[in-house]
Design a protein around this ligand. Structure first.
Ligand SMILES: [Mn+2]
Length: 424
């Protein structure tokens, strides 16, 4: 299904008077309001192809109905999100869960919905039915050269799918590690992984990047071969200028200072971008901003400060993507919530008075520094996000639209109530 433009206009007309009051109230105290709105209009977050169905648990999946049955329907779903919020203009495919067959028609279909293809993701953390050798004991770090070769070949195959679709980056997340002391020679595991990544790196087109994602634990519980940002940065530095470290918010040990990690990676020119989600305990893959919105804001504070210090284009120079998956919410409503949380945190970070903050930091005025940050965090900037969305052609209240217009029921009517989308 496609959302008719005039239904969004009707929805906005109903809400406009109340919105206008709230927007004008907050806009009056922000001299740089137009520049903030412009940045919000340009900012987009990629939707992963595996987040469009229910999932995110190893214990069972409970489909809610109307899940996409094909890659085309997944693109349709991202098109729905983008029509409503104008901030979900790209899709990140996971290979082999979503292998395109007819590249041309897939690309045209995406373009007709205003979408492009973001980073492609490889998968060497599962065995596929037609696969010759098993990744039970790891992929790129494996002691068996033939298994390493198979994993390298898979990553190169994923690059080739991406080239055909117009992607510009490969994301590599390795589940490789060990679950028991003594299982692994750490140094050899690192060397094998580096050699494998070097071969993959050589296969990258000139204008491509490789994102190396790290994770502290799970599925391995004693060591992970790319376990933290230090290890990822080691690989990225050894590989070369096209290699970057990807930060997934859920891939840290509890209480890690992610905003500091981000600041230093940006300083080194090695931050690839983000996999956004939220968590209370580990890699919970919860809705962005649902548990720790202040942390999300502090991360965006460092992102904006660091990107501006390096003269980066906020919208284009880093990769922004959601990586989450749930059982208990409508996946599309959940993604709308996640994007909204990201846009709010970004707006709050743009709203921070940088000059005042610099002065406070320079004079060791700790109280003032906290006041400046918390003033931004505690101000209700949601009307600014809504204004930017409306100006870009989206809905003032995307979830409200989704419910009033019974979008999920329409999807169930055409797709059925029992299908389960490929993914986690
Ligand atoms: Mn991730």
């Amino acid at each position: 299904m496609k959302i008719p433009r005039n239904t969004i206009d009707l929805h906005n007309e109903k809400l406009y008077a109340a919105h206008k009051r709230k927007f004008e109230f907050i806009a009056a105290e922000i001299p740089q309001i137009e520049s903030i709105i412009q940045k919000l209009v340009e900012f987009n977050v990629a939707i992963p192809s595996w987040a469009l169905g229910t999932g995110g648990t190893r214990f069972g999946r409970f489909p809610g109905g109307g899940e996409p049955r094909s890659i085309e329907e997944k693109i349709d779903d991202v098109g729905l999100l983008h029509a409503l919020n104008q901030s979900s203009g790209s899709i990140s495919l996971h290979i082999p869960w979503d292998i395109p067959k007819d590249y041309h028609s897939i690309q045209q279909h995406a373009a007709s919905l205003g979408l492009r293809f973001d980073a492609v993701n490889s998968n060497t953390f599962q065995d596929q039915p037609d696969q010759q050798l098993s990744y039970k004991f790891g992929s790129l770090h494996n002691v068996d050269k033939n298994i390493r070769k198979q994993a390298i070949a898979h990553n190169i195959e994923v690059i080739n799918h991406g080239i055909a679709l117009g992607s510009k980056a490969l994301t590599v997340w390795l589940s490789d590690g060990s679950s028991f002391p003594g299982q692994l020679n750490f140094r050899k595991a690192f060397q094998h992984t580096l050699e494998g990544l070097q071969e993959v790196y050589t296969a990258l087109p000139v204008d491509w990047k490789i994102f190396i994602e790290y994770k502290a634990f799970e599925p391995n519980f004693y060591s992970m071969t790319v376990g933290d940002w230090g290890q990822s940065l080691l690989y990225a530095n050894k590989l070369g200028p096209k290699a970057f470290t990807l930060v997934d918010l859920g891939h840290h040990l509890p209480n890690a200072n992610i905003e500091q990690i981000v600041a230093l990676l940006l300083m080194e020119g090695k931050l690839a971008g983000f996999h956004f989600n939220d968590s209370k305990y580990g890699d919970d893959d919860l809705t962005v901003g649902s548990i720790k919105p202040y942390q999300l804001f502090l991360i965006f504070n460092e992102l904006v400060e660091g990107m501006d210090a390096r003269g980066l284009d906020h919208a284009k120079d880093l990769g922004w993507m959601i990586d989450a998956s749930h059982n208990v919410k409508d996946p599309l409503e959940d993604l709308l919530q996640s994007i909204e949380a990201i846009m709010i945190a970004y707006t709050q970070a743009l709203f921070i008075d940088r000059q005042k903050l610099n002065t406070a930091q320079f004079s060791n005025d700790v109280v003032a520094a906290q006041e400046i940050l918390q003033h931004a965090f505690r101000s209700d900037l949601r009307p600014i996000v809504a204004e930017a969305r409306m100006r870009a052609g989206g809905a003032l209240d995307p979830i409200g639209y989704f419910r009033e217009n019974k979008v999920r029921q329409t999807l169930i009517n055409t797709r059925g109530s029992k299908n389960i989308a490929t993914g986690l």
